[in-house]
Write a protein that binds this ligand. Structure first.
Ligand code: PMP
Length: 447
């Protein structure tokens, strides 16, 4: 058994000063399971107890090259010498903006922010200002950050299909209930449903917010055809199409999911992989829409385009544009998928993969889901048990099966084959434990 003695002791101290003992609710895994990290290098991290993990969470995606990448860190150090922030602009902003436009054609004009949340918040505001309409649509199962307008979810888990659509509920206390009135949700890959909502409310809907590969929902993916229909419907109803590429940007292709699916957003948001983990995000898009910034729309912030993350972004984008890093990540991701598939098939365990090999969703059902409603059909209880065993063996995946497995350039074949050995052990342990449980239930006569 892995020891978390030091992490547990630290948790007791930390919780006296920080709610849940952490800086983000999602980092709290339970009083006895919360991990405190000593450091990371390449595709691995170490906790303060000295446990080593091959990490497929990668901080929820930003780490595209590997932790503490020497090339990016050297650039960031040089960025530090520039002096940080000045409440004035630096020349590098233009250079990085040009790199982004070259890689993502929809990004005709670019503005920087610090987090994905800020970028999506800006995109929605710009879309409202441009369209003159306050309401927006999101996709069931989607996640777009922690500001009020997007902290809503479609309650698919408790939904009865006989009663129409799933309820839309706030994801947090403190979110003003009034916002419910400007929020609509649709299932992915159902253009008819989108059209119905637009027919009814199109005169009030200014934006459609979508992650075509759902980075917070297994990587469930939109089809090319659906995205074409989405594009046409947005054009027809005067709706700004916002493609949230906070997770997919500079990861699934140089030009992100837009390149992969042959679609062009009106506005897009990019964040995580752009600077290999340094905090910087981007809202970008069509020139006429982006010109609203400064012409009615407020955008900015004290820390925007800080010289350290900006320099890190410049170097990361140079590497992604000029080397085959993304091709090699995708190839290693395929190897991992193939290995996992043969381990599971050999044991007769139904499964499928969704998303992209650089951010794979592993799904315990023979058919890959095409929307969040179908995710409920999978054996996510098996995933939940498996994740715990993987942690014990030193493979870090998100305990929630809706978070994909992220790969970085530093996940080489040594990492992949080590992962597969451990995965095989974890599957066998999980199966045995589940069989034991079932046996005990049968003996006690309970169901
Ligand atoms: N959009 C998407 C698609 C995301 O995955 C996330 C974060 N996981 C966000 C927005 C918010 O980004 P941040 O956590 O940097 O605020």
């Amino acid at each position: 058994m892995r020891s978390l003695k030091k992490s547990n002791a630290h948790f007791q101290k930390a919780v006296s000063k920080l709610p849940l003992g952490v800086a983000s609710n999602f980092r709290y895994w339970g009083d006895k399971k919360t991990i405190y990290v000593r450091g990371g290098k390449g595709g691995r991290i170490w906790d303060i107890d000295g446990n080593e993990y091959i990490d497929y969470r990668l901080a929820y995606g930003p780490v595209i090259l590997g932790y503490a990448d020497d090339r990016v860190d050297a650039a960031a150090r040089a960025g530090m010498d520039v002096g940080g922030v000045f409440a004035l602009a630096t020349e590098l902003e233009y250079k990085v903006a040009c790199r982004i436009s070259e890689m993502v054609p929809a990004a005709e004009l670019v503005r920087f922010s610090n987090s994905g949340t800020e970028a999506v918040m800006a995109a929605l505001r710009i879309a409202r200002a441009y369209s003159g309409k306050d309401e927006h649509i999101f996709v069931e199962g989607g996640y777009h950050g922690i500001f009020n307008e997007v902290l809503w979810y479609a309650d698919v888990k408790h939904w009865n299909p006989q009663e129409g659509k799933p309820k839309i509920l706030p994801d947090s206390e403190g979110v003003p209930h009034l916002i419910r009135k400007i929020t609509h949700a649709v299932p992915l890959n159902d253009a008819n449903c989108l059209e119905d909502v637009l027919k009814k409310h199109g005169d009030r809907i200014g934006a459609f917010l979508i992650e075509p590969i759902m980075g917070n929902c297994c990587g469930i993916s939109a089809s090319r055809e659906y995205m074409q229909e989405v594009r046409a419907l947005c054009d027809r109803y005067g709706v700004v199409l916002i493609i949230d590429e906070v997770k997919t940007g500079f990861r699934v292709a140089r030009g992100g999911v837009q390149e992969l699916l042959g679609i062009r957003a009106d506005l897009c948001t990019l964040a995580k992989a752009v600077a290999n983990g340094y905090p910087i995000s981007i809202v970008a898009g069509r020139e006429d829409i982006m010109r609203k910034v400064g012409d009615g729309v407020v955008h900015g912030g004290t820390f925007t385009a800080h010289s350290v993350p900006l320099a890190a972004a410049d170097k990361t984008l140079e590497i992604l544009a000029e080397t085959d890093a993304l091709t090699s990540i995708a190839a290693n991701g395929e190897e991992l998928r193939d290995g996992i598939a043969s381990i599971l098939s050999a044991r007769g365990i139904e499964h499928s993969f969704v998303g992209h090999p650089a951010m794979s969703g592993l799904f315990f059902h023979a058919e890959a889901p095409s929307n969040y409603r179908q995710w409920l059909d999978s054996d996510y209880a098996f995933y939940d048990s498996l994740a715990v065993e993987l942690h014990e063996l030193g493979v870090l995946v998100e305990p929630d099966s809706r978070e994909p497995w992220f790969l970085c350039e530093a996940h080489d074949m040594k990492c992949i084959s080590e992962t597969l050995d451990k995965f095989e052990q974890a599957v066998d342990i999980t199966m045995n434990k589940l069989q034991d449980k079932r046996g005990k239930r049968m003996q006690s006569g309970s169901r």
